[in-house]
Design a protein around this ligand. Structure first.
Ligand SMILES: [Fe+2]
Length: 205
């Protein structure tokens, strides 16, 4: 097999290729699980699939591996589609400050992929629940989004691709640039040609 065929889109050899299958779960914080479950299940229509408390010993003691530093906090999971979970931890009320979504290292927002019809249904559900939203607006070529805040003040986006009808969204193909298109921006980052060639090795000419 030709060497080029052994390379994946990162330019790495096939035998060292790492495969990513989307988001397994995204873990966010609330201080009111009832309010959060009510919003995700009853307003947005995202099913609850698992409700638990973090087992004792993982919060405050030496068993903490990065979990919230409180004992037996609620930890609920919702089905966000494509075999991915949206998870929430419930912090004790008043124990933590409200987050700054624009802080370095913070999550600015999360966008869920939806079909055009589902985006319309979400808008109707939001209107019925009197939850304000912006959009739909075209945020990338061919991709239209609405934006809103969940009751925890987490910024949410719902993106759809009308040209694909009601089929499964094709997210990466829709936004993948040619090498020259990406290089126009990347050259504002560095003039290092070897580095630029490396990071664009998987893009088409
Ligand atoms: Fe976004």
């Amino acid at each position: 097999m030709a060497d080029a065929q052994l390379k994946d889109r990162t330019g790495n050899k096939a035998e060292s290729k790492v495969r990513f299958y989307g988001v397994h779960h995204l873990a966010l914080n609330t201080d009111d699980m009832k309010m959060t479950a009510d919003f995700y299940v009853n307003v947005l229509g995202m099913p609850l699939v698992h409700a638990m408390k973090v087992p004792p010993g993982l919060g405050t003691g030496p068993g903490n591996r990065g979990n919230p530093p409180f004992e037996e906090v609620r930890h609920y999971f919702f089905d966000m589609g494509r075999d991915g979970l949206l998870a929430f931890f419930e912090m004790p009320k008043g124990a933590k400050p409200r987050g700054d979504r624009n802080a370095i290292g913070a999550m600015q927002h999360v966008s869920f992929a939806v079909s055009p019809a589902s985006q319309k249904r979400i808008c109707a559900r939001l209107e019925a629940a009197k939850v304000p939203y912006d959009g739909p607006m075209e945020i990338l070529p061919g991709i239209f989004s609405i934006y809103l805040f969940d009751p925890n003040d987490i910024r949410l986006e719902f993106s759809c691709q009308p040209s694909n009808g009601e089929g499964e969204p094709e997210i990466v193909p829709q936004v993948t640039q040619t090498k020259d298109e990406a290089l126009r921006e990347l050259k504002t980052l560095t003039g290092d040609k070897a580095w630029l060639d490396g990071v664009t090795a998987g893009l088409r000419d």
